[in-house]
Design a binder for this molecule. Structure first.
Ligand SMILES: Nc1ncnc2c1ncn2[C@@H]1O[C@H](COP(=O)(O)OP(=O)(O)OP(=O)(O)O)[C@@H](O)[C@H]1O
Ligand SMILES: [Mg+2]
Length: 606
């Protein structure tokens, strides 16, 4: 028996494929051996392909084995010096037997480690990597600190695992063209975390299109503007007073100049200072600015500012001392203005307020926004709505406890009901609320250091437009630079890497690059990849749906991974045209329901 086995090994384990010709840093030029009859040898019944870009090769060095990734093959891989010589000698350049390897790791005994400590020399043998090698390269990740997301593309039997600690704290990005499988990948990642043994994992997913509600239903709590309570969703409120002043102003249409802005800023500050009296713990007055997240009454502010603009007087004196000509008192709660006798056109009594700021048009726009139902999640945020004095039933801690403190691992903030014109300000504000809370709470058990948070941003290019200084870009940039220290990790998802701020992308320690056909986008990915592996990026256009190159901190070596398919696909899944079109035509009456949904700004399913 033993002899037969040995003989079979001798027959089938011809893994030698080439010899090292030259070494430069960790880049190795390899020439295939003449004895290799085919580039598709069969070993142990398995067909191998030699020279595939992205595949591995092994260089044995005594007790150790070095592993490299094929980055070039064919004519491109011929060493430059040889090309020059051949040209000089007028000989033909045939590249069919050349490969370039980039050394990525080393194995001593049964342990594989990233990086190499020794280098090959000319004439060293280069071998194919067998399943046993792959098991050692990819295996060995501790199940308690890693998550399984699919399998290594070359072999169905090799599970692909990502190191969780590095994935979260060093930030990561999921990039790929539309339909390449990003949302599925995100769902798989989150599901793997949520279904693992991470009892107090904490993930906040900002979902602009409400794609994930069903996919991650089992593990998540959903907050949504216009929530469907029957489906277990909760109403999303974002108190306007938690927005920094400039962002709050940006939620209103209309333009005011710098002086007018300053005037309103002072009024807001004064109200925040007054409302401190109602907070259960009083902050230091000196630390309060118009940006502080302290409640104040927007209605009362509007009413007072509006009143000042409308006042008329019997005598031409300073507004504070002149008797007013009020006709009918308004109501701040109902946003009704005070009515005054119209000022005379000829310069006599009633006199107009010569100190008015000229912001009546703007205030009208503010009022219209406040009564617009679509914005009530912002200006009338339930128990977080201040009364006219600035007192609220509940404070920001309830909001944080709702978003971050429930017993499920994932919180989905579904922003599909947020009007597009305020989306940027709102998403930026909520990121800031969350990050600031974890930053300032860093010493507490709920702070980011003791219970880290993974922030997932779908359609990240919307928050992070390169060159746009919005609250969301500022916050995400801060998290990218400093979040690691305070336990806040980012997972950015985008189909347009070119639109993403480059500094933020460069802070992403792990890149999961799915199929990408656009050259500019690929350029952005290669900026995040180590120099010698640039050529691997050329694989991106040919990846299958749901397949990605994973590079960086969370994997030991750049890996081509086939992600699992999520059992409940995200809503963005492609409609199956041929099967939909094979069915009976739907009832035209459904167009009536369509309009109803549209008007109610809510979805219905059949
Ligand atoms: N690993 C996978 N295996 C098989 N099919 C997949 C896989 N991942 C995604 N798909 C399919 O590909 C389609 C698109 O996937 P997905 O919605 O995740 O793409 P996307 O990159 O998020 O697109 P978009 O940029 O438009 O949001 C879906 O129909 C999905 O079922
Ligand atoms: Mg998607």
């Amino acid at each position: 028996m033993r002899n037969r086995g040995d003989r079979r090994m001798a027959l089938n384990k011809q893994t030698l494929v080439g010899k090292v010709i030259s070494v430069s840093g960790n880049v190795v030029s390899v020439k295939m051996v003449e004895s290799l009859k085919s580039t598709m040898p069969v070993i142990d019944g398995l067909v191998y392909r030699v020279g595939q870009i992205g595949s591995f090769l092994r260089i044995p060095l005594g007790y150790a084995n070095l592993y490299g990734i094929v980055s070039k093959a064919g004519a491109d891989a011929i060493p430059e010096t040889l090309v020059q010589t051949l040209i000089r000698e007028g000989k033909p350049i045939s590249g069919d037997r050349w490969m370039t390897l980039v050394l990525v790791g080393e194995r001593v005994g049964g342990v594989f480690e990233r990086g190499v400590t020794q280098f090959p020399t000319a004439e060293d043998e280069v071998h194919l990597v067998t399943l046993d090698d792959l098991n050692i390269i990819y295996g060995g990740l501790d199940e308690r600190t890693s998550i399984a997301v699919g399998n290594i593309s070359v072999s169905e039997s090799l599970p692909a695992r990502l190191e969780l600690d590095r994935l979260v704290t060093r930030h990561c990005a999921v990039l790929g063209a539309t339909g390449s499988g990003k949302s599925n990948t995100v769902a798989i990642l989150l599901e793997a975390i949520a279904s693992g043994n991470f009892n107090s994992s904490r993930i906040l997913l900002v979902d602009p299109h409400g794609e994930y509600n069903e996919t991650l239903q089992q593990y998540s709590k959903v907050y949504k503007v216009g929530a469907d309570v029957k489906r277990g969703e909760s109403e999303l409120s974002i108190p306007f007073w938690a927005l920094p002043f400039d962002e709050l102003l940006s939620t209103f249409p209309g333009y005011i100049n710098d002086q007018q802005t300053d005037y309103i800023r002072q009024k807001v500050l004064a109200r925040k200072l007054d409302a401190v009296a109602y907070l259960s713990t009083k902050p230091n007055i000196a630390a309060i600015t118009s940006d502080s997240p302290i409640p104040f009454s927007l209605k009362e502010l509007w009413y007072t500012l509006d009143d000042f603009e409308r006042q008329t007087f019997e005598e031409n004196r300073k507004p504070e001392t002149a008797p007013q000509m009020l006709v009918k008192k308004g109501d701040p709660d109902k946003l009704i203005s005070n009515q005054y006798k119209p000022h005379s056109a000829g310069g006599g009594s009633p006199f107009m307020n010569f100190e008015a700021k000229g912001i009546l048009g703007f205030l009208d726009a503010v009022k219209n926004r406040m009564i617009d139902q679509r914005f009530s999640f912002l200006y009338s945020p339930g128990d977080l709505s201040p009364d006219l004095k600035g007192k609220t039933k509940k404070d920001l801690d309830t909001l944080l406890a709702e978003w971050l403190g429930h017993d499920r691992p994932i919180t989905i903030l579904d922003l599909s009901g947020v009007p597009a014109e305020v989306m940027a300000a709102i998403s930026g504000a909520l990121l800031k609320i969350v990050y600031d809370a974890l930053f300032w709470g860093q010493g507490l058990p709920v702070g980011g250091r003791l219970q880290p948070l993974l922030l997932v941003l779908e359609e990240a290019h919307n928050y992070l437009k390169a060159g746009v200084a919005s609250i969301s870009s500022r916050t995400v940039q801060t998290i990218a630079k400093e979040g690691r220290k305070y336990g806040v990790g980012l997972l950015l998802v985008t189909q347009r890497p070119t639109e993403l701020d480059e500094t933020v992308l460069s802070q992403c320690g792990t890149v999961l690059a799915l199929r990408m056909t656009n050259k500019g986008d690929r350029g952005h990915v290669s900026a995040a990849v180590q120099d010698e592996l640039q050529d691997i990026v050329s694989l991106l256009p040919s990846l299958r749906t749901g397949e990605g190159l994973v590079m960086g901190e969370a994997v030991r070596i750049p890996s081509r991974i086939r992600f699992r398919r999520c059992a409940h696909a995200p809503k963005s899944r492609d409609p199956e045209v041929s099967s939909c079109w094979s069915e009976k035509r739907p009832n035209v009456k459904d167009y009536e329901k369509t309009v109803e949904c549209w008007r109610n700004q809510s979805f219905k399913s059949k």
